[in-house]
Write a protein that binds this ligand. Structure first.
Ligand code: ADP
Ligand code: MG
Length: 228
């Protein structure tokens, strides 16, 4: 199979947290517009891989390229610009800003990009709507359920129209019906805008939304398969 040049490519990544080797030579590629599921047991290095790919954590070894740029070697300034303009990240534990309402959490990336508050809030409201939590817009993260916070995190990751969305178990706190709703909204958005998605999940039903699945095992990619 002759693949086009990948949008994002990690090669032979290694990363230790103290004495724990979270990544031991993991390689993975993400094509433009592709939805890739990353599965694997708890502790297999999935979150660490995502953080390295998204330029949040620098790997100890190996390389991460995004188009022509080497994420692992970029200066912090360019990295934050990439994270703000091209990447959207949904962290495993949501990590919304506790002092801000859901609406303002979602509006924030737009305001950091220079949008006015009113316009940013309007767009933010539309994204909360897509993920079924518009009614929770006035709540602060501590007042929302885990599932509502995850939906708001997805809205926050997508509101700027990123080229790549990194989602770390975005349905981990959702029941199967809610997972289906959230995945439908995420996939629809990605297809509509050509956004690539790297999706970490434990759930085979969620992974089934992806074009392809790779499995991490002890910090390396154990198995790659092409979905039908
Ligand atoms: P997964 O997301 O697949 O559960 P992680 O990437 O979170 O895996 O973690 C991989 C390994 O690294 C685990 O053994 C975990 O305990 C360890 N680890 C992850 N983050 C840290 C950290 N900040 N400090 C120490 N150990 C960590
Ligand atoms: Mg994890």
């Amino acid at each position: 199979m002759s693949n086009p040049v990948p949008l994002l490519a990690a090669r032979d990544l290694t990363k230790a947290h103290g004495r724990t080797e979270a990544l031991r030579g993991a390689s993975v590629e993400l094509q433009a517009g592709e939805i890739l599921a990353v599965t694997g047991a708890s502790g297999s290095g999935k979150s660490t891989l995502l953080h390295c790919l998204a330029g949040i954590v620098r790997p100890d070894g190996g390389s991460v390229s995004y188009g022509e740029e080497h994420i692992d070697r970029l200066p912090e300034r360019r990295l934050s610009e990439l994270r703000r303009t091209e990447f959207g990240v949904v962290f495993q534990f949501g990590q919304l800003i506790p002092e801000l309402t859901a609406l303002d959490n979602v509006a924030l990336p737009l305001m950091l990009g220079g949008a006015g508050r009113r316009q940013a809030q309007e767009r933010a409201g539309e994204w909360l709507e897509r993920f079924g939590v518009r009614g929770q817009g006035a709540l602060r993260p501590g007042e929302m359920s885990g599932g509502q916070a995850q939906r708001a995190s997805l809205a926050r990751a997508l509101v700027t129209g990123p080229k790549v969305v990194f989602a770390d178990e975005p349905t981990g706190a959702l029941d199967s019906l809610a997972s289906e709703q959230v995945m439908t909204a995420l996939v629809h958005t990605a297809r509509e805008s050509g956004t690539s998605v790297l999706l970490i999940t434990h759930d085979a039903q969620v992974a089934a939304y992806a074009d392809r699945e790779v499995t991490l095992s002890d910090g390396t990619v154990a198995r790659a398969e092409v979905a039908a």
